[in-house]
Design a protein around this ligand. Sequence first.
Ligand SMILES: [Ca+2]
Ligand SMILES: [Ca+2]
Ligand SMILES: [Ca+2]
Length: 534
Amino acid sequence: MWRWVTRCLVLALLAQLAPALSAQTFHGAVDKPDPAQVQSGIVPVIGWVLNPLAVSKIELWVDDQYQHDAMLNLPRIDIIEAYPDWPGIHTARPGFITGFRADRFSNGPHTVEMRVYLSDSSVQFLGRRTININNTVNQAPFGYLDIPDGAGIKNVSGAFPVNGWAADLDGIQNIEVMIDGGILQGAMYGDPRPDVGATYPDFTSAQFSGFVANIDSTRIENGVHLLTVRAIDKKGMAATIGTRTVQVINNDAFLKPFGYLEEPLRDARLYGTGCAPGNDEPPVISPPINPENHITPIRGWALDLGTRHDVGRVSYLELMVDGVAWLTTDDCAVRFGRFANCYGLPRYDVARYYPTFPDALLSGYLFTLDVGSLMNLGVRPGQHNLMVRVGDREGTFTELPNRDGIPVFFQCVDDTFNFASYGFIEYPTSFDYVGGTILFRGWALDTDEQIVNVQLVIDGNFVGIAQYGYPRPDVGDQYPFVLNADNSGWIFQFDTRKLTNGRHRVTARGVDARGETTEIGSVDFYVANNNPQP
Ligand SMILES: [Ca+2]
Ligand SMILES: [Ca+2]
Ligand SMILES: [Ca+2]
């Protein structure tokens, strides 16, 4: 109650002040760092600015030395409530935030000041203060719980995600998800968070401060529970990152399987061979696959949950074209030297993200769709609806990627059709920071012939030909119907000092035996060389 009264008083006070402040004047404040507190770790710098002129940038100055720019345009509901009559206040985003490493400065007093640049090139000095740094103090981890968000009670059932970010100069030891004060499970830590990295430019590991935990809610009793995420730094100091109220509602009918259809994508063009007019191949019926034909992989993963009374397990998957199940995991067999049309393929990535789910390690599925054989059996060329249906042992089922399926386009081509090369760039991953000599790495395939070479292009400039043919049995597992998929790895050594510091784009291209060049993909990354060590 008293808190509400205090807030009303503050609002009334600000409302009284407001008429005295001409709309043309500059308003703003720096809320943090607090001069009364000893600072260590990452010193937060948080504030807000309201001005009729647009703010072009806000600089952080420490000891009268420029450090870096702050992140702008953040929502501040408290400021919007305090200035209800400010023109355009309801869409204003007056907040700014940044921070800096205390350990770049000696113990003792230091000045902090913001310089606000307005669109008329004028500069306003804001929030100058003296703070006291003591680097012997261990700062607790800090961060934010993004999902579930803080708006009301969240209803959850089956599997639900918990994610956000957490950072600490000492490094994060682990992240714990707790229910009603007891540890339920850990979270995966280290996902890219370029937004957090941009907020704390002198703290590079903030780039990879994301965490995610996939919670199996069937391990929690039905009802209302308190969910807390706690981060612990490498020196053992813990801090609560966020607390949310969740209501668990589980029953057998809710606990459908779930999963993902990774390939093909919506609107993909799927080619069939062996289906041209005059083709006298006898149609293969069950399953409709001719090993001579072009094969389209249909891949993804699926998991199931049960209540405390049943285990919860995927029982079958079916590949549906226009509502007809053409392939099922009942057809699971060794084809092309490896398992095809099966559920239970290794998925180490899914196991990392769903560590508490019993079948996560073997949650992959792969159907080998032969569009040509389907056409020989009367499926017409053109638009079709494709989905994967996953059923559990309790008789509930789910369609992947959704109940409507996805449109795909079937096209019959003759045996001389040149299929494009494809592949993947594994290193660097998007927005990686790299320096010195690095190894670009990935894999590349061509369905109908050999890859002759893999070319690397950086920022549009050809930089060289990768070494191709490295063993990749994992790619062989995924593409059993492609010749040489077992040896499809490529690497390329590159000295990043040939590039300027900053953002660059690497593109890989495959060249097939007929000389056709196909872009495999591009990844944007950052080069950071010769930076002063903190
Ligand atoms: Ca710490
Ligand atoms: Ca189930
Ligand atoms: Ca080709």
